[in-house]
Design a protein around this ligand. Structure first.
Ligand code: HSE
Length: 456
């Protein structure tokens, strides 16, 4: 029996904004899978136009007559507008115009959603259209729909994940080959994993935007990119990665979103059953044990752990970038919003009722790995331990290896030691205060490596 496709109402018109790596995959798959998509939606989907900046470039076999440079006009004659241009403008203006003209919108634009999502939601609400964005976080991995819909009856406590493929590739290469950051980035660029300007990825901006979106959905609140504590991987050295290996750990760039007690947070408390709670959202490199499932996420893959009260621990894994994988998520959204057009109704709206304050990084509880180059003489360990005690940080592990005096370092008369300390969990402010105090001690010749430890 063939599926019912209602051609009487005419096809649903789809407009595509952008025809880069993702856009061209979306267009190709829309055209190639037209019959199946029509069967799944209940009406045919007609690609009515593709807006690009310049005409005349080779567009991978897509019909030339679909291309236009007039995006403003294109969005006024579509039922579904797919935005894969990226960046803030002109994407925001075009999305708002599409919504005003009654189109549902599918976007992959994490930067825009993390910057101005509430405005887009409000516009979609007012116009009675859908706003879907599965492809904005973790590419092909079905993650936002499960958070928005499947987990809507549960209480998410924590989201922990690798949401940037480029940095995961770079850190994975540093781990497997021993190379430094710059060499690993150059290799990632030569293989097409990293952009010519890798700033958005290696400085953690991309992951921070994704963390803001994940935290907003997970905790029914509003978190914007600028609320996210962000540290990239540019300072991660080959020595840090080696130190992690000695601890049987790997270094990963993690996005961590957690509910935490708000205490006396200046910006108040959560609402509706969230009294006394706030949210902590951070992106930074961290050591995780090799036995942790996230340690096994290699190359440019993404993986996200979600911990919910009733569900327990869930893990989502797969390709987080690339044309076809990202197009898969975009097309899933296109089918969803098109189905709503056929049968009526809308998908989930913004859910931000909890109004949680975003807590400063100093309140986040974490653990530190600290490696110190110290003088090897009586009282040094005591002086170091005193600083931990003074900051109320409890030490979990200490390892010392004495090394010979190094004439190259100009300390021929001063034998030294490497002191490696791993702490129990403590507020980040106490941990960073401890490191600053250690650096000031006479006996400490240098703080050689500091990294947070997560995942156990
Ligand atoms: N540049 C991103 C990454 C993909 O490396 O994961 C798009 O978000």
């Amino acid at each position: 029996m063939s599926a019912h496709v209602d051609t009487a109402g005419g096809p649903l018109r789809v407009a595509l904004l952008g025809c880069g790596v993702v856009g061209s995959s979306v267009a190709r798959l829309l055209l190639a899978n037209a019959d199946d998509l029509a069967a799944r939606v209940g009406r045919p989907l007609e690609l009515v136009g593709i807006a690009v900046r310049r005409l005349g470039r080779d567009r991978a076999g897509l019909p030339q007559e679909l291309f236009t440079t007039d995006a403003e006009e294109l969005v006024t004659r579509a039922d579904v507008v797919v935005e894969v241009i990226g960046g803030i403008e002109p994407a925001r203006g075009l999305i708002l115009r599409a919504i005003e003209h009654g189109a549902s919108v599918v976007t992959a634009n994490k930067a825009l959603l993390a910057d101005d999502g509430p405005k887009l939601y409000a516009a979609a609400d007012a116009a009675g259209v859908d706003l879907y964005y599965e492809a904005a976080v973790a590419g092909a991995i079905p993650l936002l729909r499960p958070m928005r819909e499947s987990l809507a009856g549960d209480d998410v406590r924590r989201v922990l994940g690798i949401v940037n493929g480029t940095t995961n590739y770079v850190l994975d290469k540093m781990d497997s080959t021993g190379s430094g950051f710059s060499d690993a980035v150059a290799q990632a660029q030569s293989l097409g994993y990293a952009e010519a300007d890798p700033t958005a990825d290696v400085e953690g901006f991309d992951a921070a935007a994704k963390a803001a979106i994940l935290a907003s959905l997970a905790f029914h609140t509003r978190v914007r990119a600028h609320d996210v504590h962000r540290e990239g991987i540019t300072e991660v050295s080959a020595a840090d990665v080696r130190a992690a290996a000695e601890m049987d750990c790997v270094v990963k760039l993690l996005a961590i979103c957690e509910l935490a007690p708000s205490g006396d947070a200046p910006n108040g408390n959560g609402k509706n059953g969230h009294a006394g709670q706030g949210v902590s959202v951070r992106v930074h490199p961290a050591m995780i044990p090799r036995t942790h499932p996230l340690a096994g996420v290699r190359e440019a893959f993404n993986a996200v752990f979600v911990e919910a009260d009733a569900a327990g621990q869930l893990m989502f894994y797969g390709p987080g970038a690339g044309g076809d994988p990202t197009a898969s998520a975009v097309l899933g959204d296109v089918v969803a919003v098109a189905r709503h057009r056929v049968v009526g109704g809308l998908g989930p709206r913004e859910s931000a009722y909890a109004e949680l304050p975003v807590l400063p990084m100093g309140r986040a509880r974490t653990r530190y790995y600290i490696s110190l180059d110290v003088a090897d003489r009586p009282g040094v360990l005591a002086a170091v331990a005193t600083e931990f005690a003074r900051h109320e940080v409890s030490i979990q592990q200490v390892r010392q290896s004495v090394h010979e005096a190094d004439p190259d370092r100009g300390d021929a008369d001063a034998p030294g030691a490497e002191l490696v300390i791993v702490t129990h969990s403590a507020p980040d402010a106490a941990l960073s205060g401890t490191v600053e105090a250690l650096a000031r001690l006479d006996a400490v010749r240098g703080v050689t490596s500091v990294m947070r430890v997560e995942g156990d």
